[in-house]
Design a protein around this ligand. Structure first.
Ligand code: IPE
Ligand code: IPE
Ligand code: MG
Length: 250
């Protein structure tokens, strides 16, 4: 046990933590290495944080793995990320099953290679009944794309919709890639940028935001605990006044 161990209230954990894992490239460049070296290190961090989240009792963890905008990177880098992902899916399969972690994807799977799609299909089948934690990979994901995709699904499925009929927020949410996830409670971004980069626009509407300059490969359990402890100090008011929240507690 280290001296600066951070206390986390087990009863006040965020149900859904979402992470923008940023800074792999800069981390590698600082070391005079190729950006892909940073992605490999970042994948190790992802494994560590998944394990820690599972250990602590976080129920939903979403990791921003590849955005719709990331296709604009040099093809060699895109290819390296996809290969790394494919390798990690094989490597971590047994761990996911053993630790009762359900793996899901938010984003357009159809835009990935056949091989990756096949691997995911197999993993969904193998882990679908797991219940300890849901690990969602945001892959080929863009928040605007998610909303437009939902609208298009509604238009297709509800061709017979009577004109003038209105859709509720609850009904709309069912058409999102992230329909199986609750609202994001805590959104962490590593790497120092102060932006959302098209991540979970709908589900993170009321998320608590936590930014750290630490590059993702350097983000460890201690950094994660710090983010969780910070979250636990926040007062979530959802539009109400602080007094109202205090009264509700008593
Ligand atoms: C995040 O790290 C990983 C992906 C976007 C796939 P970056 O690769 O964006 O790292 P920086 O921001 O260039 O340092
Ligand atoms: C966001 O990181 C996407 C992922 C972490 C997968 P980026 O590095 O792509 O974000 P921007 O483009 O700098 O905002
Ligand atoms: Mg980046």
């Amino acid at each position: 046990m280290t001296e600066d161990r951070i206390h986390i209230e087990p009863g006040k954990l965020p149900r859904h933590v979402a992470i923008i894992m940023d800074g792999n490239g800069r981390w590698a460049r600082q070391r005079g290495q190729m950006r892909t070296f940073g992605h490999a290190a970042g994948a190790e961090t992802a494994k560590k944080i998944v394990e820690e989240a599972r250990r602590i009792g976080i129920r939903y963890l979403t990791l921003y793995t590849f955005s719709t905008e990331n296709w604009n990177r040099p093809p060699e880098e895109v290819e390296a990320i996809m290969q790394l992902l494919s390798k990690k899916l094989d490597k971590e399969k047994d761990n996911l099953i053993e630790n009762k972690i359900r793996l899901t994807v938010v984003g357009d799977l159809a835009g990935l290679s056949r091989e990756l799609q096949r691997k995911f299909k197999d993993l969904f089948e193998q882990t679908g009944r797991n219940y300890e934690m849901t690990l969602a990979l945001a892959l080929n994901y863009g928040g605007r794309n998610e909303v437009v995709h939902a609208v298009n699904r509604i238009l297709t499925e509800k061709v017979n919709f009577v004109t003038g009929c209105e859709i509720t927020e609850k009904e709309f949410e069912k058409y999102l890639y992230s329909a199986h996830l609750p609202d994001v409670d805590l959104l962490i971004r590593t790497g120092g940028e102060l932006r959302i980069s098209n991540f979970l626009l709908w589900k993170a509407a009321y998320a608590e935001l936590y930014f750290t300059p630490t590059f993702w490969p350097d983000f460890d359990e201690h950094c994660f605990h710090k983010a969780l402890a910070d979250y636990q100090k926040r007062e979530r008011r959802y539009g109400k006044t602080g007094e109202q929240i205090e009264n509700e507690k008593s």
